[in-house]
Design a protein around this ligand. Structure first.
Ligand SMILES: Cc1ncc(COP(=O)(O)O)c(C=O)c1O
Length: 486
């Protein structure tokens, strides 16, 4: 996609570093619709035409990545009572925000593991004909993940699943003291978040925030939130389930204390895939912090000498508890092999244009119909997902209608449809097809939109834990989120 966007940047060269390309992307793309119109005019095409979507696909430098994935057929993804219009054709899969598609190489890698298991049994821990001894299986994925989240390898471990990791990390990083808590209300404007941190920060032990909101698709200013909270002495952690592999992250540079994510969304590792953790290097040798000690977090050389005390590995790996699922780790490795063919900056460049194109077509083609985009309009405050609020009573019909066209989206909290064009495997033509289908469906349904519904849904994923709380209460935090409405 870079070659499509680059003519519109001043002084852009292919040999720029990834960092410089990213800076240009951030600072020079303000308005995607204007960029789309410039691209169309340069190609002498109507921006609303199907030919323009094909032109974008032809010039997509990342288009070969789509070939790395299995794209489900329309007829195979339908639910009861829905018949796809062209069952044999590939579906339009806009659901990578829920479960990413399967990289083709996953089957081969997993079958190699089954082969080693069948032929060598327990010996596979140490001798492995494909050079992935299970005893250090996570070494195969740590560097790839570190690259994706902007971390050093010592800051990364893969283990468990996301929610378990959140609990484990909070038990380690929540350090209460004795100051009274105030009640707090937030909303999602950055200045409001920063004001609360400024006002309440001295009493907050841990700020736990979402990177990209699962519902609205908002990409929070992680760096600004972290800097403000750290200035008040808070520990700062992030749930990056919807951010990892979706937006450019620089966890090390932003000085985030800890983070965790699942890998089955944008990292395409398969259902229930192994999760990851980040623990900032500055905590790498802090062995006084409480942690759930498990043999897999203990020094690799003495791990099997059971008489030796727990000796945590420096860095994130010292927080691993059990030995990781090899099959899950190798499935993640398959996806990282695809990520290796590109970079987060390249993916993000395409993603900004792909989602911007979706927004552009919706704005132009569905203007009079009943929906509202609740995702921020600023391309730098969202990832690839757009969330559309539609009439609660008709959302099911919209979703089923799309399925007939072989289009996979999902519905959340009764009235929002989430559409996540993934730059790895989705195309501009698919976005075009989606908008065309949605227009037909919504026109048929005669959908009207009531603004009052907009008020009640978006909940922030910002939680904070007051310093006075007993650590046993930490586990209860998820039940008492500090939430707000927009
Ligand atoms: C924001 C967010 N947090 C946590 C989870 C739960 O993840 P897991 O079941 O892998 O623990 C999800 C799952 O979709 C999510 O979207």
């Amino acid at each position: 996609m870079w070659d499509i966007i680059s003519p519109f940047f001043k002084e852009i060269h292919e040999d720029l570093t990834e960092e410089l390309k990213y800076q240009k992307l951030k600072h020079e793309i303000k308005d995607v619709s204007e960029l789309i119109e410039r691209l169309a005019s340069k190609a002498k095409l109507d921006p609303l035409s199907v030919d323009f979507s094909k032109h974008l696909d032809e010039n997509d430098r990342l288009k070969s990545l789509r070939e790395e994935f299995n794209i489900p057929k329309a007829g195979d993804i339908v639910t009861d009572g829905v018949e796809a219009i062209s069952p044999g054709e590939k579906s339009v899969y806009f659901c990578g925000n829920s479960l990413g598609l399967m990289p083709k190489c996953a089957r081969e890698l997993l079958s190699q593991e089954l082969d080693v298991w069948a032929s060598t049994g327990v010996a596979g821990h140490f001798q492995h004909k494909f050079n992935r001894p299970w005893v250090s299986i996570d070494d195969n994925v740590v560097e790839g993940i570190a690259e994706i989240v902007g971390a050093k390898p010592i800051e990364i471990a893969t283990m468990n699943t996301l929610t378990s990791n959140l609990h484990l990390l909070m038990a380690s990083f929540y350090t209460p003291n004795k100051i009274n808590p105030p009640p707090g209300e937030f909303n999602e404007r950055l200045e409001d978040i920063l004001n609360i941190i400024e006002k309440e920060g001295n009493k907050i032990a841990l700020v736990l925030f979402s990177g990209v909101h699962y519902y609205s698709g908002q990409f929070y200013k992680i760096k600004k939130i972290t800097t403000a909270a750290k200035a008040k002495g808070c520990v700062v952690g992030f749930d990056l389930s919807h951010a990892v592999g979706n937006v450019v992250l620089k966890l090390h540079k932003w000085k985030v204390d800890f983070a965790t994510w699942c890998t089955y969304k944008y990292l395409n590792s398969g259902p229930g895939g192994i999760a990851g953790i980040f623990i900032h290097e500055k905590h790498a040798n802090d062995f006084n912090r409480p942690r759930f000690a498990g043999w897999w977090g203990s020094d690799r050389k003495s791990r099997f000498q059971m008489d030796k005390p727990f000796q945590p590995i420096p860095g994130a790996k010292g927080f691993q508890v059990s030995n990781p699922s090899v099959l899950n780790t190798v499935s993640l490795l398959a996806s990282l092999k695809v990520f290796d063919k590109t970079s987060m900056v390249q993916l993000r460049s395409k993603s900004i244009l792909l989602t911007g194109y979706l927004e552009y077509l919706l704005d132009k083609q569905l203007n009079s119909l009943g929906y509202k985009i609740i995702t921020p309009r600023d391309p730098h405050q969202r990832g690839c997902q757009l969330s559309l609020l539609v009439d609660e009573n008709k959302v099911e019909q919209v979703s089923k209608g799309l399925m007939k066209y072989g289009i996979v989206i999902d519905v959340r909290s009764s009235s929002v449809i989430r559409i996540a064009p993934n730059p790895m495997y989705n195309t501009f033509s698919e976005v075009f097809r989606f908008v065309k289908a949605l227009k037909l469906i919504m026109s048929d349904l005669g959908i009207s939109f009531s603004v009052s519904k907009e008020k009640s849904e978006t909940k922030s994923l910002m939680y904070y834990i007051h310093r006075h709380m007993d650590s046993s209460l930490v586990i209860a935090y998820l039940k008492v989120p500090i939430s707000f409405e927009t």
